[in-house]
Design a protein around this ligand. Sequence first.
Ligand code: ZN
Ligand code: FE
Length: 260
Amino acid sequence: MHTPLCRHARGEPEAYAAHAVSLGFEEIGFSDHNPMRKDGFDNWRMNLSDMASYLGSVRVAREMHPGLRILVGLEVDYLPGHEDWIRELAAMHPWDYLIGSVHYIEDWAIDDPSMRPLWEHRDTFEIWSAYFERLGMAARSGLFDIIGHADLCKKFGFHPKQDCSSLYGGFLREAARAGVAVELNTAGLRKDCREIYPGLTFLTLARAAGIPITFGSDAHAPEEVGAGFERAIEHARLAGYTHAVRLRGREKRAEPLSSP
Ligand code: ZN
Ligand code: FE
């Protein structure tokens, strides 16, 4: 989940925690968009100087909601060539988990609503291929515990006519080798694609490849905490999953699926 420090989320972590408590959750996690070495890379992530406020705001949430376990991590953009920076970020705090996400292909953030028109002028299958190629590199890098919103390329509802199982398969081989988990991210339900990330075909292949799963609402506002989790659990079961993993100190522990 996110915080206002990324400049496109609303509400302090304390308010997210309060909503989680009202839902009866026992554990939540924050993973705001990582800072880059130099600020100004784009306008939808934390500045490097905000790292202390980030950790401070999570600490406040913990103090105000002692009965809730609150994990802290980062959602890190995987960009080829930035591996050293990602290692530095990883060493900045004893994170509970690092989510590796691909938003950028070349210098285009494919999920940025202001860049959506670019989708109209390019071949959808080519974009999806480039996206999954990069997602496979993110898994292979070994830098991450979880891969975020693994089929984000469907966000605006542009689906290739071609069969995409080979794209999924290429990524899943890398993910299995790296031991990285895939996140069931319910934010897709709130986007044009109206579908959890990743979709059922993808998730069924992931299950067959032995890839562990986690659950995330990708909340950018307190009331989005836990949104769609009933459906996410059903989605996991439909794909054949019986367990999900929890993270703590970057260690995974499998637990049977239950209701949220
Ligand atoms: Zn975001
Ligand atoms: Fe993301």
